[in-house]
Design a protein around this ligand. Sequence first.
Ligand code: ATP
Length: 217
Amino acid sequence: MKKQFAVIGLGRFGISVSRELYKLGHDVLAIDINPSKVNEMVNDSTHSAVADGTDEKALRELGITNFDHVIVAIGDNLQASILCTLLLKEMGIESVWSKAQNAHHHKVLDKIGADKIIHPEHDMGNRVAQHLMSDKVIDHIELSRDFSIVEISVPKSMNKKTLAELDIRAKYGVTILGIKRGKNINISPAADDILQQRDVLFVIGHNNDLKRFEEST
Ligand code: ATP
């Protein structure tokens, strides 16, 4: 379903989010205070506009209140990022995701009601580190401090075995969410599904259990 997104602040992060959303077929309003940043997005957004994210009148004129999702990707200017987030929540935007520069910034954004706070460098660093630590882990998504989803290749030891035989949930306390085979993803794996060595598993669980599972494979 086509959704409407507004992205305020077109640094590397804001541009990358806007481009991807637009590529996925959504409507994207790309806003920055700097005209050259806005020009860069003319062909990669539904609409792009020069505006100050802390100017309520300017945001209203752009119809920001019609958007369910707004991403505040203003970086170094913490004051502008905080004020913009606060204004958007006061204007009743349902989902405001804001980029934080550090822990203090995160705390303030949390207090003023940001619905999700993103730390792109930290999150990406984490994923790369997890990937580097294990040659089996293809990707790692942190859900909270303790829980994650990992994408892991099926090892030789599991080849041609059914999920029932492997009894992964009972042994390790982790759950197989899906099995990827080539381009197909089986999102409701059954007990009698047979694994093949080139398959990729999507596994959710506590980080300690996921680690035990990875090490056992
Ligand atoms: P990135 O790491 O994503 O490149 P950054 O953390 O270095 O970004 P900045 O470059 O400081 O962040 O800010 C991102 C963008 O936000 C810039 O293009 C800047 O022009 C824009 N910006 C800053 N203040 C405002 C504001 N008040 N309203 C709209 N855009 C703003």
